[in-house]
Design a protein around this ligand. Structure first.
Ligand code: FMN
Length: 326
């Protein structure tokens, strides 16, 4: 099985990626949070930092682009090639209102002819740049029946990978993944298919594999944020002993915390980032709520550090206890 870390804007940037890669079973691929092309002059400083090769050593990273303009896409791809990238990913999944209202992300799925022309143009442009294209898509704007036509469009282009989050835009993150539509892609896609969505536990992967034993690619997001041992647990029954598991979690947390402290100005910003991470990371901890309350309330780094130390000290592992079935 090949594993890919999902792009999550504000969370899975290079600091998180490096920490994860150093402490847990490395992912086979990391897709970056989207580059949004707000800046006429090119990438923003934050975007450059995220894709700089020296910030991404030892990882296979694919930068993601969010736009509906072929010229912007190709200009960005060319910039990324100058940094050494040979593949880019197109975001056709973002469900956020501001993105969708501009016809980007999953909003682009409603304009099928335009999308087709866009893909034609960027495929030709990328060919000249000797770069590959992968797509991360939802299955429609409002109805899953749209996916058949979308798939016919995708099948016209040589994609290195078609990553499918089987929800429609109007689902946002509600409801359950629409597996019938995903099955259509497994049947008909000419490009390799990668599944993404709601894989939180090892059982979720097992169930998916029962339906599609030939499925070889998974993209994991919130499941890994909550349980960074998830890939190891999916891969095999090898038991991680509780002490080394806690040490690895501590190291992981420290790398992220120090990473943000080095690059962010002001403790408040660092605390904001760390609190956002703990929303996910606390989920498998048994009895986490009192510690989470302290983490949420922390105004100073010292208060935050004490709260985290308390959380980790009281972590009950019980052979990965909470992590197995949270
Ligand atoms: C906070 C947040 C930020 C996200 N940012 C991006 C992004 O930049 N690009 C993208 O393609 N998907 C983004 N996503 C969607 C995830 O990549 C993924 O498709 C989604 O979370 C479903 O997978 P999961 O159930 O494994 O988390 C984001 C999701 C969340 C919750």
């Amino acid at each position: 099985m090949m594993y890919c870390l999902a792009p999550m804007e504000g969370i899975t940037g290079y600091i998180y990626r490096n920490a994860y890669n150093a402490c847990f079973r490395p992912m086979d691929q990391y897709v970056t949070p989207f580059i949004a092309l707000k800046h006429k002059s090119g990438l923003s400083t934050r975007e450059v930092n995220d894709i700089l090769p020296e910030h991404n050593r030892g990882m296979r990273v694919v930068p993601q682009i969010l736009t509906n303009r072929a010229d912007d896409f190709l200009k960005t791809a060319e910039t990324l090639r100058e940094y050494g990238y040979k593949e880019v990913n197109l975001n056709l999944g973002c469900p956020s209102g501001t993105v969708v209202s501009k016809g980007k992300g999953s909003g682009f799925l409603a304009k099928k002819e335009e999308l087709d022309r866009f893909l034609e143009e960027i495929s030709q442009g990328l060919l000249k740049l000797h770069m590959k294209l992968s797509i991360k898509t939802r299955i429609g704007k409002t109805e899953e029946e749209e996916f058949e036509e979308l798939l016919d469009i995708y099948n016209k282009y040589p994609l290195s990978e078609l990553i499918i989050h089987p929800r429609v835009q109007t689902d946002y993150y509600k409801n359950t993944p629409r597996l019938r539509a995903f099955g259509l892609a497994m049947e008909k896609s000419v490009s390799p298919v990668c599944y993404n969505g709601d894989l939180f536990r090892t059982e979720d992967v097992r169930t998916l594999k029962e339906s599609w034993p030939e499925l070889e690619r998974l993209m994991l997001g919130r499941g890994v944020l909550a349980n960074p041992f998830l890939v190891e647990m999916i891969e095999g029954p090898s038991r991680t002993d509780p002490h080394s598991a806690i040490r690895r979690l501590e190291d992981f947390h420290q790398l992220i915390y120090e990473g943000y402290r080095q690059v962010m100005s002001g403790d408040r910003n660092v605390l904001f980032k760390m609190k956002e991470l703990w929303v996910y990371l606390s989920q498998p901890f048994l009895g986490a709520e009192p510690y989470m309350k302290r983490i949420r309330k922390a105004q100073r780094l010292s208060e935050y550090e004490a709260a985290v130390a308390g959380m980790l000290r009281n972590l009950e592992f019980d052979e990965m206890g909470g992590f197995r079935g949270f």
